[in-house]
Design a protein around this ligand. Structure first.
Ligand SMILES: Cc1cc2nc3c(=O)[nH]c(=O)nc-3n(C[C@H](O)[C@H](O)[C@H](O)COP(=O)(O)OP(=O)(O)OC[C@H]3O[C@@H](n4cnc5c(N)ncnc54)[C@H](O)[C@@H]3O)c2cc1C
Length: 461
C-alpha cells in the first residue's frame, strides 16, 4: 500500500485543531492542518481572546467603586471603545503569529483553503487531494439564525457585531441565558449601553447550583442590567429608530426600543465537509463521538464544537479533545474525561463550576453532601468586598470523594482549576480540608467549604 501524504490531516486550525496537530507531531507524525480563515479559530479571533480582553476592561471599570472606597479617585473616566479595539486587534495578531510559530516549530504543514473529505482517508483542499492515515475533523460551529419572529432583520446580530462596529449601541436587548450572552450584557452595561437580558427560561444558568444562580442574578440586577425571565418575543419590527420589540415576560407585556438585539445560537459546522463521502450525516446538530473522539468511521475523529452540544462549546474542551484525538490517531489510547469539564463566566462576580451540583449528584445515585464557605467570611474576600462570593463543594458521603466545586466571586475561574484537579485526582473532602492554602487568599475558602461539608468549619459562625 502506498504511503499516505500525511499521517494525520486536521480539518480546521482552531483551538481543537492546533492542539491536535502539535500533539500528533510530538509522536513524530507527518501532520497537516487545513484552515480557510485564520489560525486560532473562533476562540482566538472572535471568541475567548477578544471577549476575554473586553471582559478584562469591564472588570477594571467594575473595580473602580472598590478603589473609591479605598480612597482612589479616578475622575472623568473615559471609555474609549476604539482604543480598546485597537489593543485587541494587536493582541489577536500577536497570538495568531504565535500559533503559526507553533506549527513551524513542530514542522506541521499548513494548507490554506476550504477542505472537505473526499472518501475514506482523503481530503480535498486548495484544489488538491491529499491522502492521510488518520483524519481529525475540527471545523468548529457556525452561527444559526435565532429562532425569533423577525430573526433575520438587520438589527438582529451576534457577538461578531461588537468586533466590527465603530460605536457601541445605546440600547441593546440580549436574548439567551448562557455564559457568553451574560458576559456581553455586563460589558455593554459597563460601557454605557442600556441593557436588557431576556431568557425564555425561568432564570439564568439553569444547570448550575441554586446559590450561584441566585447570587449572580442579584449582582447583575444591582449593576443595572434589566433581567427578563420567562420571556417570549412576540414581535420584532425594524423602524428608523432601531428595533421595536414586543415581548411577554412573567405574564407581563413589555415594549422595548433597542438599537440591536444580540442572540448567540451556534451549531456544529457540518455542511460542505463531505461527510456523505464516508457515510456520515451532515444534517444532525453535531457529530457523535466516543470518549476517544472516534466517529465510528475507521480512522476518522471529530473534536471541539463540531462534536458537542452547544452547552459544551468551550475552548478547553476543544483543545483537550484535540490532544485525545491525536493520541488515539497515533496509536496511544486515551480518553476525554467530561467529569472535569468546567463552565466559566468571566463576569464580575465571576462564576466557575466544575462537576456535579448536589441535585445532579443525587440524580446520578450518589448519597451527596455539600459544604459552603462565603467569601464574605474570608479575610481577602473582606478586603476585596466579595459580599456575593461563595465556594460550594459537593461530595459523596461514604468516602468523601469530591464530585463538584461551584464558585461565584473574584478569582473563581482560577480556583476552578483546583476543583478540576481535585475531581480528576479523585481527592476527598478530608484531603481538601487539610490542604494548606496560602494566606490571605480566596482559595482558603475551598478548604473551609470542605470542612463545612465534614461538619467542622473553623471560621464560619
Ligand atoms: C463570543 C464568544 C466568546 C467565547 N468565549 C469563550 C471563553 O471565554 N472560553 C471558552 O472556553 N470558550 C469560549 N468560546 C467558545 C470557543 O470559542 C469555542 O468553543 C472554541 O473556539 C471551539 O474550538 P474548535 O477548535 O472546535 O473550533 P474553532 O475555534 O471555531 O475552529 C474551527 C476552525 O476551522 C476552520 N474551518 C471550518 N471549516 C473549515 C473547512 N471546511 N476547511 C478549512 N477550515 C475550516 C475555521 O475557519 C476555524 O478556524 C466563546 C465563543 C464565543 C462565540
Amino acid at each position: 500500500m502506498a504511503t499516505p501524504d500525511f499521517d494525520v490531516i486536521i480539518l480546521g486550525g482552531g483551538a481543537g485543531g492546533v492542539a491536535a496537530a502539535v500533539r500528533a507531531a510530538q509522536f513524530g507524525g507527518r501532520v497537516a492542518v487545513v484552515e480557510d480563515k485564520f489560525l486560532g479559530g473562533l476562540c482566538m479571533n472572535q471568541g475567548c481572546v477578544p471577549f476575554g480582553h473586553m471582559m478584562a476592561a469591564s472588570r477594571i471599570l467594575g473595580s473602580l467603586a472598590l478603589g473609591k472606597e479605598m480612597g482612589i479617585e479616578c475622575p472623568g473616566i473615559a471609555r474609549d471603545f476604539p482604543a480598546l479595539m485597537k489593543r485587541q486587534a494587536e493582541l489577536v495578531t500577536f497570538m495568531r503569529q504565535g500559533v503559526q510559530g507553533l506549527l513551524n516549530k513542530n514542522k506541521i504543514s499548513l494548507i490554506n483553503g476550504r477542505g472537505k473529505l473526499a472518501g475514506p482517508g482523503r481530503v480535498e483542499a486548495g484544489g488538491e487531494t491529499f491522502s492521510a492515515g488518520k483524519i481529525i475533523l475540527a471545523a468548529g460551529a457556525e452561527w444559526v439564525k435565532p429562532d425569533l419572529p423577525g430573526g433575520d432583520l438587520p438589527g438582529v446580530v451576534n457577538s461578531d457585531y461588537l468586533l466590527t462596529t465603530q460605536n457601541l449601541p445605546e440600547r441593546c436587548l440580549l436574548v439567551g441565558s448562557g455564559p457568553m450572552i451574560i458576559e456581553i450584557a455586563q460589558f455593554l452595561q459597563r460601557y454605557g449601553t442600556k441593557t436588557w437580558l431576556a431568557t425564555p427560561e425561568i432564570g439564568l444558568l439553569l444547570r448550575e447550583s441554586k446559590v450561584v444562580r441566585s447570587r449572580l442574578t442579584k449582582a447583575l440586577q444591582a449593576q443595572g442590567i434589566h433581567l427578563l425571565d420567562r420571556a417570549e418575543i412576540r414581535s420584532l419590527k425594524q423602524t428608523k429608530d432601531g428595533l421595536q420589540v414586543m415581548l411577554r415576560a412573567r405574564e407581563k407585556e413589555e415594549s422595548i426600543s433597542a438599537d440591536i438585539l444580540i442572540a448567540l445560537r451556534r451549531k456544529a459546522a457540518l455542511t460542505g465537509l463531505g461527510l456523505g463521502s464516508v457515510g456520515l450525516d451532515e444534517k444532525g446538530e453535531y457529530l457523535q463521538v466516543n470518549a476517544h473522539m472516534e466517529t465510528g468511521v475507521q480512522g476518522l475523529f471529530a473534536i471541539g464544537d463540531m462534536a458537542a452540544p452547544e452547552e459544551r462549546h468551550y475552548s478547553h474542551l476543544a483543545s483537550s479533545g484535540g490532544i485525545v484525538a491525536a493520541e488515539n490517531a497515533m496509536g496511544v489510547k486515551s480518553s476525554l474525561n467530561l467529569r472535569v469539564a468546567s463552565r466559566v463566566i468571566f463576569t464580575q462576580p465571576q462564576v466557575a463550576c466544575v462537576g456535579l451540583t448536589v441535585r445532579e449528584a443525587r440524580e446520578a445515585g450518589y448519597d451527596a453532601i455539600s459544604g459552603a464557605a462565603p467569601l464574605s467570611m474570608n479575610p481577602l474576600g473582606m478586603i476585596l468586598a466579595q459580599n456575593e462570593g461563595i465556594v460550594e463543594v459537593v461530595a459523596e458521603k461514604k468516602y468523601g470523594e469530591i464530585l463538584g466545586v461551584h464558585i461565584i466571586g473574584e478569582g473563581a475561574s482560577e480556583m476552578a482549576g483546583m476543583g478540576v484537579l481535585a475531581i480528576q485526582m479523585e481527592a476527598t473532602l478530608e484531603e481538601l480540608a487539610r490542604a494548606v492554602f496560602p494566606h490571605p487568599t480566596l482559595s482558603e475558602s475551598l478548604a473551609e467549604a470542605a470542612r463545612d461539608a465534614l461538619g467542622r468549619p473553623i471560621y464560619l459562625p
